[in-house]
Write a protein that binds this ligand. Sequence first.
Ligand code: ZN
Length: 143
Amino acid sequence: MAVLKIIEYPDPRLRIKAKPVEAVTDDIRQLAADMLETMYAAPGVGLAATQVNVHQRVLVVDVTQEQDQPLAFVNPEIIEREGTTEAEEGCLSVPGIFDRLSTRSSRIVVRALGRDGKPFELEADGLLAVCIQHEMDHLMGKV
Ligand code: ZN
């Protein structure tokens, strides 16, 4: 595994829209593993491939304090949303700004492929839901 370089605002590469992953190959698995290592090293709770200058729809999150529940999403899409919540969000690509307030759905259901290439659905609320929505914005080229 390797720690990757995180690109920072206002780098124009953060505006590139990520392309869907065609197949979950060993390269994608390696990317997800490297992204998790990069996120833990930062430290952060989420990272989108866009932030390491790979423009494919891959994101990783782990909102646990123990950093022991790594989640990787390939081609994530939100298939259900419910409620709204005001969230204070930090971003590894915008260092120094920790409390950017945003309005997010409070509960979501995400469908994605796992690192094994199999589809799964995950219901998320709280910090996990906010974090996934934040990282999905990166994949859309939003900062
Ligand atoms: Zn971010």
